[in-house]
Structure formats: structure tokens, C-alpha cells
Design a protein around this ligand. Structure first.
Ligand code: OGA
Ligand code: MN
Length: 289
């Protein structure tokens, strides 16, 4: 099945036209979408009025098993009664915009650091599907950066230096960088995971830098030296030429490949404007046929 895709950036990201994903069930279209993900790494679909149940069902049809052990679930009970539907909003259990000093708000603020979803678990996150339900009248973009192009542009010396390195990822680390504090019990549940720094994505055969704000150290390296290298690589990989900024409209569904990209939310006045999105993230297990 041929998809209609409009490129959104010279390196990656495309807008798929003419599909209502709630109704997409046939294996040929799902396979074409996965193959488009291998090429574009970020796909945008406009006017997709998903309910929570429809979003969960589509994510499972698209890519199998969902990630349900999110960091937010350690801090508070999921508002929707399903930990696989991550609440990407500035709204509390009472439905009101979170006040400035709310602990959940401060944890969610770290989505504004460059990261990739669920790199702190094993298996890690593969695709994230983010559905825009309520969007403020001011800019509140999510930016995406292409980690394959960033890898390709490294010089040979750097490529040789980073080949075979492993990185520890921990969500406690990325929160603590911003000054957020976890108690012992929470930290125990957020021990993290180890993944290679350079990954080859099976569908495209392309190599990618697997970086994230969660990347806390390089295994077997002195911690400061490892963090310095991770910072240098992140600075390189998030230069403007690798970045697509997504300007949200209500009803958008954006799917990204966490193996091939990093992303970050941009700041907006979240104490004034309600912003509600819902995320489903799949795990990097063998793909459905
Ligand atoms: C996410 C995320 C950023 C944003 O949903 O995983 O990082 O702009 N979102 O809300
Ligand atoms: Mn994220």
C-alpha cells in the first residue's frame, strides 16, 4: 500500500495524509507505516480524534507490547486507570492545572531536557505515539532531533572511539539534574538500564546515537569523563540542522522512533494554560509481522 507522505524537514520527519488511524487495521498498511517510520523516524498525522481506548488499541496493533512502568507511575496514580496511557499534561487528579510547587509538575518539567522515552528500562521504548487532546493558544512545540544524521556526520575518530561503548540510563538521574529529589523507595524502583551508545536500527540498517538526558554514565569509564563525552555528543546531535520543531494542533498524532531520535518539550506558560496530551510507548521487542 502506497502512503502519501509530505516531508517536513530535509533529513527526517514526514506528514502522512489521508488516513484515519482509528480504522487502520490491515497488515499491509501497518507494515507500510512501520517501513515509513524506518525512513522518516517521525510521522505526523493531523485530525486523529482518538479516545484513550482507541489510542491504546492502535498502539498495540501498530507495534505490539506497551510500556507501562513509567516514571510518573512511581510518583502518582494514573488518572485514566491504565499505566500504559502516559499522562502528558499539566493537570492533576482533580482535573485542575497543577500549581507551581506540585511534585508531579516538577517531575514532568524534565521532559524539556533532550531525551528519548523509556531508555531507562530494558527492553527500552521503541515507538512513542503522542495524541494532542487540549493545546494552548500559545506555542508549546515538541522538538525532535535525528540521531542517525547526527551519527553519520561524526568524524571517523569519534566513531571509532564510541563504537562498542555502553551507557547507563536512569530516570532518577535526569530528574536529579534539575534538582528533583526522590526518596529511597522511589529510587529503588528506578534503578535504570544499560544500552549501547551506538545502535543499528534493523529496518533501515542505519546507525544511530542512543543518547538521552537519562544517560548517567558510560560503563567502565570514570563518571566525569563519560558525562563529558555524553554532553559533547548531545551538543553536536541537537544542533539546529538536525531538529524538526512540531507545532501542535488539537487532534494531531505524532509517532516517533525512540531509537533514532531525541525530543524535548519547549517551555510555555504551564501555570496558565491547560495542555493535555496522551502518550503510548511500545517496547523494543521483535516487531509484529
Ligand atoms: C513525551 C514528551 C514533550 C512535550 O510525551 O514523551 O517528552 O512537548 N513530551 O510534551
Ligand atoms: Mn518524552
Amino acid at each position: 500500500m502506497a502512503l502519501s507522505i509530505k516531508p517536513l524537514h530535509p533529513l527526517f520527519a514526514g506528514e502522512v495524509e489521508g488516513l484515519d488511524l482509528r480504522k487502520v487495521e490491515d497488515p499491509a498498511t501497518l507494515a507500510a507505516l512501520r517501513s515509513a517510520m524506518d525512513q522518516y523516524a517521525v510521522l505526523v498525522f493531523r485530525d486523529q480524534p482518538f479516545t484513550n481506548e482507541e489510542q491504546l488499541a492502535f498502539a498495540e496493533r501498530f507495534d505490539g507490547t506497551l510500556h507501562a512502568k513509567t516514571s510518573v507511575s512511581v510518583l502518582s496514580k494514573n488518572r485514566f486507570g491504565n499505566e500504559a496511557l502516559t499522562d502528558i499534561s499539566n493537570v492533576g487528579a482533580d482535573g485542575k492545572v497543577l500549581p507551581a510547587n506540585d511534585r508531579l509538575r516538577m517531575s514532568i518539567l524534565s521532559n524539556r531536557l533532550w531525551h528519548t522515552d523509556a531508555s531507562f528500562v530494558d527492553p527500552a521504548g521503541r515507538y512513542s505515539l503522542l495524541s494532542a487532546r487540549v493545546i494552548p493558544p500559545v506555542r508549546n512545540d515538541t522538538e525532535f532531533a535525528d540521531m542517525r544524521a547526527a551519527y553519520d556526520d561524526l568524524d571517523d575518530e569519534t566513531k571509532a572511539c564510541i563504537e562498542g561503548l555502553n551507557v547507563h540510563h536512569s530516570i532518577a538521574y535526569s530528574r536529579e539534574v534539575l534538582g528533583f529529589e526522590f526518596n529511597e523507595g522511589e529510587r529503588e524502583q528506578l534503578k535504570g538500564a544499560i544500552h549501547p551508545l551506538v545502535r543499528t536500527i534493523p529496518g533501515s540498517g542505519r546507525k544511530s546515537l542512543y543518547l538521552a538526558s537519562h544517560a548517567s554514565r558510560i560503563v567502565d569509564w570514570p563518571v566525569p569523563e563519560g558525562r563529558m563525552l555524553l554532553r559533547d555528543l548531545t551538543e553536536h546531535a541537537t544542533q539546529a540542522r538536525y531538529v524538526y520543531p512540531h507545532i501542535w494542533r488539537e487532534g494531531d498524532l505524532v509517532i516517533w522512533d525512540n531509537r533514532a531520535t531525541m525530543h524535548r518539550g519547549r517551555s510555555y506558560d504551564d501555570k496558565t494554560y491547560r495542555r493535555e496530551l496522551r502518550r503510548t510507548t511500545t517496547l523494543d521487542l521483535p516487531q509484529p509481522a
